[in-house]
Write a protein that binds this ligand. Structure first.
Ligand code: GYE
Length: 306
């Protein structure tokens, strides 16, 4: 657990608002862009940020949240690594009268009083978009369409929801077959490793669905090492829209990317100020997103910030 942030033992006393932010980790390009957005927008908004990186481990996030409670920060925000198991620590924050904002990922607790709002994407919709691209692309295919799936971090909202949205769409036709599905933990290294195993165990793979770009980028290395052509022999659809993936898309190595926007910082700081002032905020704030094909990736690349 690494923590930084300067000075100030209390978030209440007159000066700047103190925000304790418990980040998931640094697993992907998406996450790096998200962290940068949060750090920069805190500075711009004059909010004192205490930031921690949980290295994709729930226990690290829980201890970061406990330390923010102890330090009496004004507001706590976090991106929950997994969906379950948050009630105890969030009740502690509630008892200490520290409002909590969920950002990026949701939790599955039925007790909505444990947090003020959830700012982030609709991951089921993202999975559906990936499925809709696939059913169009392979619409006229006659035989089975063999799909391998690289799942995100086990138990995380984006892994659960992107899997579900995609499965719901492809269920329309039994020719779509997920022949292998395993976690690649949202990282390039693991995406490559699991794709290597898929290539060994599966005699025929038509398409890869990766829950994020980094795993797709790792898988491309495995596909090329196996003497196959990514984007042709094996078509690829992934989620996020980081620069490296848009470049791979422009180069024809990926076929479709569903966007998930990591630049949540400015909206988050706005919510932090409102919540700190005791104002009401909407219970759910959804980020707006698009999709990229090879042509629109080429057009977007020069302006892409991350
Ligand atoms: O898609 C992935 C990251 O929670 C939406 O986490 C986020 C996901 C993102 O590791 O790249």
């Amino acid at each position: 657990l690494t923590a930084c942030g300067s000075g100030g033992s209390s978030g209440g006393s007159g000066g700047a608002i103190t925000l304790g932010f418990a980040q998931v980790g640094a697993e992907s390009g998406w996450r790096t862009a998200n962290t940068k957005s949060i750090q920069e927008s805190a500075k711009t908004a004059g909010i004192e940020l205490k930031f921690s990186d949980a290295q994709q481990k729930q226990e690290n996030q829980i201890s970061a949240i406990r330390s923010y409670i102890q330090q009496k920060v004004k507001v706590i925000a976090f991106s929950p690594v997994v969906e379950s198991g948050w009630d105890t620590v969030l009740k502690e924050a509630k008892t200490a009268n520290i409002p909590v904002i969920l950002t990026d990922r949701a939790i599955d607790s039925p007790d909505k009083s444990l947090y003020k709002t959830f700012l982030g994407s609709d991951f089921v919709a993202e999975g559906k978009k990936a499925g809709e691209w696939l059913t169009k692309e392979f619409g006229s295919a006659t035989g089975d369409v063999n799909i391998v799936e690289l799942q995100g971090t086990t138990g995380s909202a984006p892994a659960n929801d992107r899997k579900k949205g995609f499965a719901d769409v492809i269920a329309a036709d039994p020719k779509y077959k997920i022949v292998a599905s395993q976690t690649g933990e949202f990282t390039r290294a693991k995406g490559k490793e699991v794709m290597e195993a898929f290539l060994k165990s599966q005699p025929k793979i038509d398409v890869l669905y990766a829950h994020n770009d980094d795993m797709a980028l790792g898988a491309i290395e495995a596909i090329e090492a196996a003497g196959k052509v990514p984007g042709k022999d094996i078509k690829i659809v992934s989620v996020d829209g980081v620069k490296d993936a848009l470049q791979a898309l422009a180069d024809g190595k990926i076929n479709h990317v569903v966007e998930c926007n990591p630049l949540l910082g400015p909206q988050l700081m706005d919510l932090v100020k409102k919540v700190a002032a005791g104002e009401q905020v909407p219970a759910r704030i959804e980020t707006q997103e698009t999709e990229f094909d090879q042509a629109s990736a080429k057009a977007a690349l020069p302006q892409r910030q991350y």
